[in-house]
Design a protein around this ligand. Structure first.
Ligand code: 26W
Length: 815
């Protein structure tokens, strides 16, 4: 008998209102009179989710029918943030949901703020993965995100006594309506044990890995809604479970404590996200996480391929591309070889060919301290068969290199094993040799990759490295976070830019139209008022929304140079007080960001920001001219509030060190001007926005490298600059907190000034003063602000994803 087909959900507000009430009653068990706000949130989420499911199932059956190439994006982090508004806007349900809820006197804007912010990532790399997932669905790629379902995401930051305190994050505490547990999609993951050679007469010897420990990876699927809901893809996150939850043997023999400990040990793999984005923690648990999600994802990919392609693995590269998001999933290269050779019985050479054609790898950082390497002995103990395979790959690569005439030093540069400081496996090299394409994330970063970390590999395989400049999704980072600007652009040029962001260039010609400019700046002011309200509520600091909002929000890191910004803030504070005759322009300096818990200097920078804020905000002599704000717990939701409210975006990393940046793009798209160095994607923003509309200063990457090589100290520069010297003196002499508290930060500048803070100070200071002058001319500022929004379309992640699809994945779009 044919089962009755459910009727697809309707999108009018009356249908929605009825279904929301039904969810409230029958899924949640509340009636509208007694429902709490969280109940309403859940009811709306479930009603919206039904509509997503309709599109999701349709996409999945289209996937089966078309057999188009699948793109699997392996990433240890997906910093997705809240999902309700994203779903509502992408499905075109905004008005219907608003109307439906108004019948119950419930405000959707308020409900949305109650959703936990899914923070399964640290920063740029994790947020990029989330933008890419949304863009793959929006441009019509069969995309699959594969990652880890951390029980505890990125820590919550509180500021106590001016210092960062880390608190556990618990996003799943009240359940997660967006995920679907797929118990039937589970795979065994092994660790440790031995490799045995099996010899059978007439056959080549086979290697069999017998792990000492086996854990289950269980899939949790979250739908990823593309623009207009045309395609809904899947984000599949793996959760670790004990194979047998309470090991019945042990339980029955009386050792139930031991049995439960065993289960706990298994589950610990997916308990917590490592909160470091620039230093390898080097913990065994981290390597376990990397292998756990890599192996589960590959087993899933192979299972699916075998089922859909008549059991033939030779066609895998025609049907699947696997993108490695940095080296975190790089062990996949060895695990793929093990699965193909040991488990599925393919020959070594054929397997290696398949592996290289399937994988590609994105590098996100050149910082030496962030390049992953693992001690050979740890690797061998945890993953003995994968270690053997790495040795075998290494032998082959070295043979190839020697045949091409490379000499000793060059050969040891390409070895997968670093023999320098204890023997270590180089994960970047493993990812490189196992991939047919390796990409950097901005033009400058890609060129530096060729010259530095991958120099020898580039010489050996000159066709492999390519550039794919990052982008951000204009749905979340314009339509959703800035409805005022979205409506204004729609009124001016029509709604076409929502389907195709390149059309936003249509407002460029309106930059000279005083009427449009005024409306544009009125939207900005309203967004600033909204942010000012949050600042008042959270910090009890009153800021003037008509002052320039000068914003630096991102992870706290020495190379990002929040310290340079703070030194300039202190210098400005001194100058305002000593030169009251100058027409200083009112500014609010806004900072936010988290430091890795073990990164002492970054934590000092947070402390300094809070000390500087406390002193300056309490000084009546600068009241209307300077305020400093450190907003705690920076996350995706806070970014959505901040980006639309910024006048000035600080992108001031030491040149050559920020691979791309993506916050820079979000700010400019929302009409902030940028003060920045020639670093990462700033270089390309300059090309698109034009030099009249962006404020570039400081040493270039080449100049930084040269100065570093000379080992120049900051002392002469500081001694020659009374403004800089004065600011550093007040920081170290106790104007902001105890004397000596910041000696370490300040002394570093006198020493080798590694981050070029002294070296770039003067250029930065002068550029800030040019911005003061510009701020006085609100027409000129407004013109540049409009041009920024008009010219940022190229930095859409739709463009990035289309380039990946064409140049790396050979995957069709619009399927
Ligand atoms: C092993 C510890 C660790 C963890 C994470 C090292 C490095 C990372 C990431 C690669 C750091 C990261 O997020 N990099 C950022 O990636 C963004 C997306 O490409 C870029 O825009 C940023 O410039 C880059 O810093």
């Amino acid at each position: 008998v044919a089962a009755p087909k459910p009727t697809p959900r309707r999108n009018d507000s009356a249908s929605l209102a009825k279904e929301i009430a039904e969810k409230l009653t029958y899924a949640i068990g509340k009636d509208p009179a007694t429902a709490r706000r969280h109940d309403w949130l859940e009811a709306v989420t479930l009603a919206v989710r039904d509509r997503i499911v309709d599109h999701w199932l349709a996409s999945n059956s289209r996937n089966v029918q078309s057999g188009a190439k699948r793109v699997c994006y392996l990433s240890m982090e997906f910093l997705i943030g809240r999902l309700l508004r994203d779903a509502i806007i992408n499905l075109g349900l905004s008005e219907a949901v608003r109307d439906a809820l108004s019948a119950y006197d419930v405000d959707i804007d308020l409900l949305e703020t109650l959703e936990p912010d899914a923070a399964l990532g640290n920063g740029g790399l994790g947020r990029l993965a989330a933008c890419f997932a949304e863009s793959m669905a929006s441009v019509g790629i069969q995309g699959f995100g594969y990652g880890i379902r951390y029980v505890h995401g990125f820590f919550r930051q509180e500021i106590v006594g001016g210092e960062q305190v880390e608190l556990p994050e618990n996003w799943l505490a009240h359940g997660n309506p967006w995920e679907f547990e797929r118990r039937e999609r589970s795979f065994e993951i092994g660790f440790g044990g031995k490799v045995t050679t099996i010899e059978e007469a007439g056959k080549p010897p086979r290697q069999v890995w017998r792990p000492a420990e086996r854990i289950l990876a269980v899939a949790y699927d979250t739908p990823v809604v593309g623009w207009k809901g045309t395609r809904v893809n899947t984000l599949r996150l793996w959760s670790a479970q004990a194979l047998d939850p309470i090991l019945l043997d042990a339980f029955n023999s009386g050792d139930h404590i031991g049995a439960l400990l065993e289960a706990n040990r298994a589950q610990s793999i997916t308990q917590v996200l490592y909160p470091a984005d620039s230093h390898l923690a080097g913990q065994e648990l981290r390597l376990r996480q990397e292998f756990f999600f890599s192996s589960a994802s590959l087993q899933d990919i192979i299972r699916h391929h075998l089922k859909r392609n008549g059991g033939d693995l030779s066609t895998l590269p025609d049907k699947v591309s696997i993108q490695l998001n940095d080296t975190h999933p790089a062990v996949s290269v060895a695990e793929m070889m093990r699965l193909l050779v040991d488990v599925h019985g393919l020959g070594w050479d054929e397997s290696w060919d398949i592996t290289k054609r399937v994988f590609s790898y994105t590098n996100h950082t050149l910082l030496p301290e962030a390049l992953e390497t693992w001690p050979v002995n740890l690797f061998e103990r945890l993953l003995p068969r994968q270690m053997q395979i790495i040795y075998a790959i290494n032998a082959q690569i070295i043979r190839e290199a020697t045949q091409k005439g490379l000499d000793g030093a060059k050969v040891s540069a390409i070895s997968l094993i670093d023999e320098g400081s204890g023997r270590r496996v180089r994960m970047g090299s493993l990812a490189f040799v196992g991939s047919h394409a390796i990409n950097g994330v901005s033009a400058l970063h890609t060129e530096l990759m060729k010259k530095t970390v991958f120099n020898q590999f580039h010489e050996l395989y000159p066709e492999r490295i390519q550039n794919k400049t990052n982008g951000v999704t204009p749905r979340r980072w314009l339509l959703e976070c800035n409805p005022g600007l979205t409506d204004l652009v729609t009124e001016a040029i029509g709604p076409g830019f929502k389907d195709d962001i390149t059309k936003i260039s249509g407002i460029d010609k309106l930059a000279d139209d005083a009427g449009f400019r005024e409306k544009f700046m009125a939207v900005k002011l309203a967004n600033k008022q909204r942010l000012a309200k949050t600042i008042e509520e959270r910090l009890a600091i009153t800021v003037d929304p008509t002052a320039m909002f000068d914003v630096q929000v991102k992870r706290i890191h020495e190379y990002k140079r929040q310290f340079l910004n703070l030194v300039e803030t202190v210098a400005l504070y001194d100058q305002i007080r000593s030169h009251p005759e100058i027409a200083w322009q009112p500014r609010v300096k806004i900072f936010a960001g988290k430091a890795a818990p073990s990164y002492a200097n970054a934590k000092q920078i947070i402390h300094l920001a809070n000390d500087v804020a406390r002193v300056i905000n309490a000084d009546p002599s600068v009241q209307n001219l300077l305020k400093v704000v450190f907003l705690p717990n920076y996350n995706v939701s806070l970014a959505e509030l901040i980006m639309p409210a910024a006048d000035l975006s600080e992108q001031i990393s030491t040149a050559g060190l920020e691979a791309s940046g993506t916050g820079n793009m979000k700010f400019a798209l929302n009409g902030a001007l940028t003060i920045g160095t020639l670093d990462g994607a700033n270089v390309e923003m300059l090309e698109h926005i034009g030099e009249d509309n962006i404020f570039i200063f400081g040493l270039t990457a080449a100049e930084v490298a040269a100065r570093r090589a000379e080992g120049q100290s900051g002392r002469e520069i500081i001694d020659a600059s009374p403004i800089l010297k004065g600011a550093l003196d007040s920081i170290s002499h106790g104007v902001f907190g105890e004397p000596g508290r910041y000696n370490n930060l300040v002394d570093n500048l006198y020493g080798n000034d590694w981050w070029m803070i002294a070296a770039d100070f003067e250029a930065y200071w002068q550029t800030q003063r040019r911005l003061d002058a510009l701020w006085q001319d609100s027409d000129a500022w407004g013109t540049k602000a409009v041009r920024n929004t008009a010219r940022m379309a190229w930095f859409s992640s739709d463009r990035s994803i289309r380039e990946y699809a064409k140049d790396i994945w050979d995957a069709p779009t619009s399927v």
